[in-house]
Design a protein around this ligand. Structure first.
Ligand code: GLU
Length: 452
């Protein structure tokens, strides 16, 4: 059997992390098994569906690299993939139910007669759920009278205005599109008995169901779009790498048997399995997501790092195409969790003038004999012929020796003098990158500042 999964978003808002995780699990499950990943747009609710929402959802999926094999923009054997364009198919399926006596008209709507028997969902994550839809639906709680009252258990599948209802179109499309595995949020688990009843009425074999437990925020409530990290399109701007976001989302409810946490895209495809999905809710942790991103930044090739960082460098006015940039990025990649944090680490390297951090400056200025120390340092560095890591170290060492001091004593003044701050990338490699002339010029300027 060729695996066919689908992601079936309703275009009524942004792609949030819970939905993206569902898309990812479907993608990984299909791709890891040589199967197909289908994207189907559930836009039968004309009032709430918008094309802006659809664009954002598609862009977010593309950014994550969750490329669909069939769906909007590329078509496929079972199209169209927007439910709003599939009216004829639904009419045909409704006729099948009519012919078999499964439906009847009720005040302009069409109702599907639910069977009076126990239906059992065998969910591969959540286990078994059994229900008798006829019994369950025969009584309903009226929120106005605050009393239970009799109700019609049969499901409306077509509204009086002609619009088809979610349960019906969802099942018809899963049959028509040959979906073998339905992986979706646990909020749909309670709908599944209805779906199974429809599959049976059509004489179709139902797919395997896997409902993913909810993703909660740190306070343990359902994640809302106001929670940090909830919306996928914000991750790009925040400086995340798509593979890192996928990696983190995979961990949000799934774990590898050996507890490995960092996976590249290929490893994730081969390692992911539904059997590793937990049956309890997950808790979203933005800091952990940033940590995963930092781990991915460390592993990027130099060329990929430059490409990923370029929009952030450019936006910060840094010369992404400078010949020294790849080497500078090597100094920054360990200091940044997000791509957006890189420019700040590198700004001082590419600045025309050093901009001094006040507190750092005060710290250095308060040292006794600091002006003389900086002069000695500059002279030591001026005598360096081989401007390499070792050569520079030897230059600083000789300055320290001349003063009868330890080399470490000169490091802080050197750092603040050349980089403007006590923090930032590793000092000696920065000195090497800047070049002798620039370093001496910066130290000279610093001496002037100390004298003033
Ligand atoms: N359109 C449904 C939703 O967005 C998807 C239901 C399903 O995956 O079966 O929740």
């Amino acid at each position: 059997m060729t695996v066919r999964t689908r992601f079936a978003p309703s275009p009524t808002g942004f792609l949030h992390i819970g939905g993206a995780r569902t898309a990812l699990y479907n993608y990984l499950f299909a791709k890891g098994r040589g199967g197909s990943f289908v994207l189907r747009v559930e836009d039968t609710d004309a009032e709430r569906s918008t094309s802006e929402s659809m664009d954002i959802i598609l862009d977010s999926l593309k950014w994550l690299g969750l490329d669909w094999d069939e769906g909007p923009g590329i078509g496929g054997e079972f199209g169209p993939y927007n439910q709003s364009e599939r009216g004829e198919i639904y009419d045909r399926y409704l006729s099948k139910l009519e012919e078999a006596g499964h439906v009847y008209e009720d005040e302009g709507a069409i109702r599907f007669r639910v069977p009076d028997k126990t239906i059992t969902v065998q969910d591969v994550i959540c286990g078994e759920v059994s229900v008798n839809l006829k019994e369950q639906g025969s009584r309903r709680y009226n929120t106005e009278t605050k009393q239970e009252e009799e109700a019609n258990p049969d499901i409306v599948i077509k509204r009086p205005n002609g619009g088809y209802i979610f349960h019906f179109v969802n099942v018809v499309d899963d049959i028509e599109m040959g979906i073998t595995h339905v992986i979706r949020g646990e909020d749909h688990l309670s709908n599944t008995p209805k779906h199974l009843a429809l599959f049976e009425a059509f004489g179709a074999t139902p797919p395997t169901f896997a409902h993913i437990p909810l993703n909660l925020n740190q306070s343990g409530t359902k994640m809302s779009k106001r929670d940090q990290g909830a919306l996928i399109h914000e991750y790009r701007e925040a400086g995340f790498l798509p593979d890192a976001v996928n990696n983190y989302m995979a961990l949000l409810g799934w774990s590898a048997k050996d507890d490995t946490e960092i996976f590249d895209a290929k490893e994730l495809r081969s390692r992911f399995d539904i059997s590793g999905v937990n049956n309890s809710n997950s808790k979203f942790d933005y800091d952990k997501c940033k940590w995963v991103n930092a781990e991915h930044l460390k592993k990027l090739s130099a060329a990929d790092l430059l490409e990923a960082a370029t929009p952030f460098l450019t936006a910060a006015g840094l010369p992404a195409d400078d010949a020294r940039m790849p080497a500078a990025l090597e100094l920054a990649r360990d200091r940044a969790q997000l791509l957006s944090e890189i420019p700040e680490v590198l700004a001082t390297i590419f600045a025309e003038e050093v901009s001094y951090d006040k507190a750092s400056l005060e710290k250095v200025k308060s040292r006794e004999g600091i002006a003389g120390a900086v002069t000695a340092l500059r002279n030591g560095l001026a005598s360096v012929e081989d401007w390499s890591i070792d050569g520079i170290k030897a230059g600083i060492q000789s300055a320290a020796d001349g003063m009868g001091a330890k080399m470490g004593m000169l490091m802080l003044p050197c750092r603040v003098g050349v980089m403007g701050s006590t923090s930032g990338a590793d000092l000696i490699p920065v000195l090497e990158l800047l070049g002798k002339e620039a370093v001496l010029k910066r130290l000279e300027g610093f001496e002037g500042l100390l004298d003033a």
